[in-house]
Design a protein around this ligand. Structure first.
Ligand code: ATP
Ligand code: MG
Length: 370
């Protein structure tokens, strides 16, 4: 439905966006995720038409739209800085779009009440915008955009000012509203968990370029670069040299002890092994929840390394173990669920332990240099 082709944006001679190409389907919840300053807001402003492109094109429904003014595009925007009308109260801010469209009074009043209730702002109708907290203003901004039922809604960190509990509630409301009304959402966030939970697909951005576009599972389970791997959650790295390549398996020889580490492509096709030449340098990446800490050396089927337990961090649902490598240069992160068996205090910092993982849980990536 929406297609961005080779988009670039330059301020003076500084490129803030380069080679941005993506397409968004009708009814899709599409997120832009990346660190502060990577160009998320700039991209939204270009889509909405508040800035002009330096390079590339934007298409919608088969027609080019990047030369159209904002009001001729079918987008509504929730700005990172709310942009509410300071002289109107909450009710009038939300009702504004419907008044412009001359919606009959009864319907208008029903729709405003409904959306304010959804945003948990029903007690605030008469309040002046300047008397609201940041999170309350953010919810009014969201209500004001949602009430217009635009075909495409551009949302720039619309939940960032809310506390965690309210944020989780609003995430669910937003998702069910989007599913119910079939809106297309382009949603900016720098919160990895939020992007994973809400999105149909995510574009991970870094310093003005898109590093990867994929479903949450693809982004998390088969990141294509080290940046994506580390930006979405934590990651452990094991470096080595390719020793043997078989059908669906690769063996690396790792560390001073030349320990053999096996990687196998998982069943179900969530990822495939990259094409590597023998003797190539490569890296195995393993998520913390896929590692185990053990007191004794595990069975031959798993990969394992010996280390020293540095910290045991209780985190509620899980316990995080920080394990120093035998050579002492690296620290590995292991997250284990807190079941009755694991929360017994059997591990103490200073213990000699083994970390272990299944060959299918390693993500293999070629590296360059020795
Ligand atoms: N009008 C402008 N003139 C010059 N540089 C700009 C302008 N607007 C944005 N930039 C620069 O473009 C880069 C991207 O900014 P942008 O606001 O898109 O980042 P962002 O990903 O939305 O970050 P955040 O998560 O902090 O909101 C930044 O380095 C910013 O300084
Ligand atoms: Mg921004």
């Amino acid at each position: 439905m929406l297609e961005v082709k080779g988009l670039g944006k330059r301020y003076d001679d500084h490129w803030v966006l380069q080679k941005i190409s993506l397409s968004v389907r009708e009814g899709e919840f599409f997120s832009l995720l990346g660190p502060s300053g990577c160009g998320k807001t700039t991209l939204l402003r270009l889509l909405a038409g508040f800035e002009s492109l330096s390079e590339g094109e934007i298409w919608q429904d088969g027609g080019r739209i990047d030369l159209l003014p904002p009001h001729r595009r079918q987008f509504n925007t929730v700005f990172q800085k709310y942009a509410l009308f300071p002289h109107l109260n909450v009710w009038e801010n939300v009702a504004f779009g419907l008044r412009m469209k001359r919606v009959p009074p009864l319907e208008l009043s029903q729709r405003v009440s409904e959306i304010l209730a959804l945003m948990q702002m029903d007690g605030f109708s008469k309040r002046n915008i300047s008397t609201l907290s940041g999170g309350q203003q953010q919810r009014v901004a969201l209500a004001r955009a949602l009430i217009n039922r635009p075909r495409v809604l551009l949302l720039d960190e619309p939940l960032s000012a809310l506390d965690l509990r309210l944020r989780r509630q609003m995430q669910v409301e937003l998702l069910s509203l989007q599913r119910r009304l079939g809106h297309t959402f382009i949603f900016v966030t720098h919160d990895q968990e939020e992007a994973l939970t809400l999105s149909d697909r995510i574009a991970v951005m870094n310093a003005g370029v898109i590093e990867q576009i994929g479903t949450p599972q693809e982004i998390y389970e088969s990141p294509r670069s080290q940046f994506v791997a580390e930006f979405i959650g934590s990651m452990n790295f094991f470096e080595g040299c390719v020793q043997d390549i078989r059908d669906e398996e690769v063996i690396l020889s790792s560390g001073a002890s030349k320990r053999a580490l096996l990687v196998r492509s998982p069943k179900g096709g969530i990822r495939r092994l990259p094409q590597l030449s023998s003797r190539a340098f490569a890296r195995i990446m393993v998520r913390p929840e896929k590692l185990r800490v053990l007191k004794t050396q595990p069975s031959a089927e798993s990969n394992f390394l010996e280390g020293m337990l540095k910290e045991v961090l209780y985190q509620g649902p899980t316990t995080r173990f920080l394990v120093g490598s035998k050579e002492g240069v690296q620290t590995y992160i292991v997250d284990q669920p807190n079941t009755a068996a694991t929360i017994k205090k059997i591990f103490v910092p200073g213990d000699r332990v083994f970390i272990s993982w299944l060959p299918e849980d390693g993500i293999l990536m070629e590296t360059h240099g020795a």
